[in-house]
Design a protein around this ligand. Structure first.
Ligand code: CDP
Ligand code: CDP
Length: 227
């Protein structure tokens, strides 16, 4: 149902936003919108085009021809396309992660992607996650959640994800530093920095399972729906 309330989930890297938002969207019958994937896709295209990520003018020039699309496949997994080409996996590489906060701080990038996100959410019915959903993209969202976890816990989660993917070269301390650095960049940028909206409900996820966090969010959503 397109008129269902919007669920906005923000928070730092590794808080569990993607995992939890996708599951909540499935349970609540909402369209899942991963805005981080969109910033990653732009970053991938910039690197692919051999544009220096700091070159704002050159980055802005590729935006009109980007043709970025998000789709959900038959297993309810998100797939990301640029010019019809599936970039779902390549946007998760370390090279993209290292440059995404630089790209995401650029005004032209943010204005293009936010417009696209707002079009998707026009009629309601979306569960969107990112850094600025409750503060800028959908400031009137009926339910806003700010998902957090300590940086140590987030580094441990990232480490487990990497080990599962067969990547064991990186140390926990390096991961912790990378996450802290991205938090710093995302929270200190001039436009739409990562912050909790005044009307967001904070959920600290340390020591909570994915299911427990989802249950909590679904309860909040059903409560606003009953009003
Ligand atoms: O999954 P992970 O937490 O690593 O990050 P992500 O959600 O995929 O987002 C990647 C990057 O995109 C973030 O570090 C931000 O720099 C940027 N981002 C943003 O600026 N605004 C959003 N709404 C979502 C992501
Ligand atoms: O999107 P974001 O970067 O906020 O986090 P994510 O990529 O969804 O989640 C990072 C990892 O934490 C995943 O491996 C989840 O399974 C795990 N996790 C979680 O998301 N929530 C918990 N309460 C516990 C673990």
């Amino acid at each position: 149902d397109a008129r269902k309330p919007i669920l906005a989930i923000d928070g730092p890297a590794g808080a569990g936003k993607s995992t939890v938002t996708r599951l909540c969207a499935q349970r609540l019958g909402l369209l899942y919108l991963d805005t981080g994937a969109m910033y990653r896709a732009v970053t991938w295209q910039v690197l692919q085009s051999q544009i220096p990520p700091e070159d704002e003018v050159a980055v802005a020039q590729i935006l009109p021809t980007l043709d970025l699309k998000l789709c959900t496949d038959s297993q309810a997994q998100l797939r990301v396309y640029i010019q019809g080409c599936d970039v779902t996996e390549v946007i998760r590489t370390a090279a993209v992660t290292a440059h995404v906060s630089t790209i995401a701080a650029q005004p032209a990038v943010r204005s293009a992607l936010v417009k696209q996100q707002q079009r998707v959410g026009q009629g309601g019915g979306v569960a969107a996650e990112g850094r600025d959903i409750g503060t800028h993209v959908f400031p009137d969202a009926q339910l806003k959640i700010f998902l957090t976890a300590t940086v140590e816990e987030r580094a441990r989660r990232r480490m487990q994800d990497l080990i599962k993917q067969g990547e064991t070269q990186i140390s926990l301390e390096t991961l912790r530093q990378q996450i802290a650095e991205r938090d710093r960049k995302d929270s200190s940028r001039a436009i739409a920095p990562l912050m909790q909206a005044p009307d967001a409900i904070p959920i600290l996820t340390d020591g909570r399972s994915i299911d427990q966090v989802c249950d909590l969010i679904v309860q909040h959503y059903q409560a606003i729906n009953d009003c």
